[in-house]
Design a protein around this ligand. Structure first.
Ligand code: ADP
Ligand code: MG
Length: 287
């Protein structure tokens, strides 16, 4: 049977907007040694803003329109920012054959033309020669009918409590913090440096994130546990692989909330440190 104080711990957590799906997760959380974070939407706001538009062969307005159109069916934070920058409602009747390839980007037919929007890997896959961008930010490249059409730079900001959350986790005894991202190295490293993350791995596909978690699980000592925290867009497999899968409840997808063991309702990374503190207190009472 579950000791009574566990109910106290789960109840105390829920008052803080931390949903714990079972007493076993509270117990595991108290033994957390490694915390692995997804970047976008978890440590960063996930609300990107377009900061530059660099077209090739076409106008800025045309480039933005093509990207917004191609991305019109996507729920990715990147696509939302492109639609916002476009400022007009997208005429859905002009967009067909939409496909989203996780960790790469999207493809769609816009007015009958094949439009691809995504990262350098995505451009490589279709054989479009793309230009590198000197600016720091996440770059969305666009190709039309196999020809490069330019790129759009968007940037995201770290959440205001992210650095404090990492510090608080260290105080609660967490030995290692890791960030995994599908974003480019320069962006990943800048974010990790800004908030004090120990280890960063960039340019990962969703499957690579699972591999990284497998590797980190092997390196976690004896009773130590590994927690993974993600906003859930493409993260369900990683959430279920970790000892403790934690999803952001606000931005997160339904699939992620379903796959998670713990849900942070207000999307604040600092709530994870609160959860660890509650779990440690609860376990001390139980013992
Ligand atoms: P993260 O690991 O930071 O959460 P994702 O795995 O969601 O990022 O995406 C990784 C990368 O794939 C993004 O940085 C972007 O370059 C590209 N990408 C993914 N989805 C899209 C999309 N809808 N439009 C454009 N690019 C995308
Ligand atoms: Mg993500």
């Amino acid at each position: 049977s579950v000791p009574l104080s566990f109910f106290g711990g789960i109840g105390g957590a829920s008052k803080q907007g931390i949903l714990v799906k079972g007493s076993n997760y509270l117990e595991a959380l108290a033994k957390t040694e490694t915390v692995v974070f997804d970047k976008t939407g978890t440590l960063t706001k996930g609300t990107f803003q377009v900061t530059a538009v660099h077209p090739d062969r076409i106008s800025k307005g045309e480039l933005l329109e093509l990207a917004a159109m191609a991305e019109s069916y996507s729920e990715h934070p990147i696509s939302r920012s492109l639609r916002e920058a476009y400022q007009k409602p997208v005429d859905a009747s002009r967009v067909t054959d939409v496909e989203e390839i996780s960790g790469h980007g999207v493809r769609a037919k816009v007015d009958g033309h094949d439009v691809y929007a995504g990262n350098g890997k995505w451009m490589d896959r279709i054989g479009a020669s793309w230009r590198n961008c000197h600016r720091t930010g996440t770059v969305v490249h666009v190709a039309v009918d196999g020809e490069y059409a330019g790129h759009i730079v968007i940037s995201d900001a770290v959440k205001p409590d992210a650095a404090a959350a990492i510090e608080a986790l260290k105080r609660e005894g967490v030995k290692k913090t890791v960030m995994l991202t599908g974003d480019v190295k320069a962006v990943g490293e800048a974010v990790a440096r800004e908030i004090g993350i120990d280890e960063v791995h960039a340019e990962l596909l969703p499957g690579d994130k699972v591999d990284q978690v497998e590797r980190l699980l092997k390196n976690t000592s004896g009773k130590g546990k590994l927690a993974f925290v993600g906003d859930g867009i493409n993260d369900a497999p990683v959430l279920s692989r970790a000892d403790i899968g934690i999803a952001m409840g606000g931005l997160g997808s339904d699939a992620a909330i379903e796959a998670a063991d713990i849900v942070l309702m207000d999307d604040k990374p600092s709530k994870l440190a609160v959860a660890v503190r509650i779990s440690r207190k609860t376990l001390r009472i139980v013992r």
